[in-house]
Design a protein around this ligand. Structure first.
Ligand SMILES: Cc1cc2nc3c(=O)[nH]c(=O)nc-3n(C[C@H](O)[C@H](O)[C@H](O)COP(=O)(O)OP(=O)(O)OC[C@H]3O[C@@H](n4cnc5c(N)ncnc54)[C@H](O)[C@@H]3O)c2cc1C
Length: 158
C-alpha cells in the first residue's frame, strides 16, 4: 500500500463530491464528534442542523474540524480533514446564504429527514426551525491510499 498526500485542489474536488462527514468540536477540553451531511464549495462547508449540544459547543468555541473519507478497502481509501470556523446563518441577515445552502444541500438525499428526525426524537414537537450553518474552511489536508502495484504483482513465497 502507498499513502500519498493530496494536493489542496484534490482535497477540494473530493469534498465537493462527498456528502457525509464527521464534525468535531470541543468545549472545555472535551472533544465531541457527530456524523453530519454537508455540501462543500470553496471555501465553505454548509450544513442544516437541529439545535443541540453541537451548536452550543460550537457557539462557545467556533474552531471546528470536519473529517470526510471514502473507504474502498484496507489499502484503498481517501481521507480529507478540514479545519475552520463555525458560523450560523440566521434570518434575515443571511437569507441569501441560507437559500444557497438549501439549494446545495437539496442535491443530497434525505439530508433534512435525518436532521429533523433527530430533533423530533428528543423534543417530540412538529414545528422545527432549521438551523443553517457554515464552516469557513481555513486549512485542508488529504491522504490517499492505493495498492502498491509491485506488491500486487509479487509472486507468492514458496
Ligand atoms: C448519517 C447521518 C447523517 C446525519 N446528518 C445530520 C445533519 O445533516 N444535520 C444534523 O443536524 N444532524 C445530522 N445527523 C444527526 C447528528 O449526528 C446528531 O445526532 C444530531 O445533530 C444531534 O446532535 P446534537 O449535538 O445536537 O445532540 P443533542 O440532540 O443535543 O443530544 C446530545 C446528546 O446526544 C448524544 N448524541 C447526539 N448525537 C449522537 C449521535 N449521532 N450518536 C450518538 N450519540 C449522539 C450526545 O453524545 C449527547 O449525549 C446525522 C446522523 C447520521 C447518522
Amino acid at each position: 500500500m502507498v499513502i500519498t498526500q493530496m494536493s489542496e485542489e484534490e482535497c477540494r474536488a473530493f469534498l465537493a463530491s462527498a456528502s457525509l462527514g464527521r464534525l468535531g468540536c470541543a468545549r472545555d477540553n472535551q472533544p465531541y464528534v457527530v456524523p453530519i451531511y454537508f455540501a462543500y464549495e470553496p471555501d465553505f462547508v454548509y450544513a442544516l442542523s437541529t439545535f443541540g449540544q453541537k451548536n452550543e459547543w460550537m457557539r462557545a468555541n467556533p474552531k471546528v474540524c470536519l473529517a470526510v473519507d471514502e473507504i474502498a478497502g484496507q489499502s484503498q481509501w481517501v481521507s480529507v480533514v478540514a479545519t475552520g470556523r463555525y458560523q450560523e446563518l440566521p434570518e434575515p441577515q443571511f437569507t441569501a446564504e441560507r437559500e444557497h445552502a438549501r439549494a446545495l444541500l437539496e442535491k443530497r438525499s434525505r439530508w433534512w429527514q435525518i436532521a429533523l428526525g433527530q430533533r423530533q426524537l428528543r423534543v417530540g414537537d412538529g414545528l422545527i426551525a432549521p438551523l443553517f450553518f457554515r464552516i469557513h474552511v481555513d486549512a485542508l489536508t488529504g491522504l490517499r491510499a492505493t495498492s502498491e502495484p509491485a506488491e500486487a504483482n509479487k509472486a507468492p513465497r514458496e
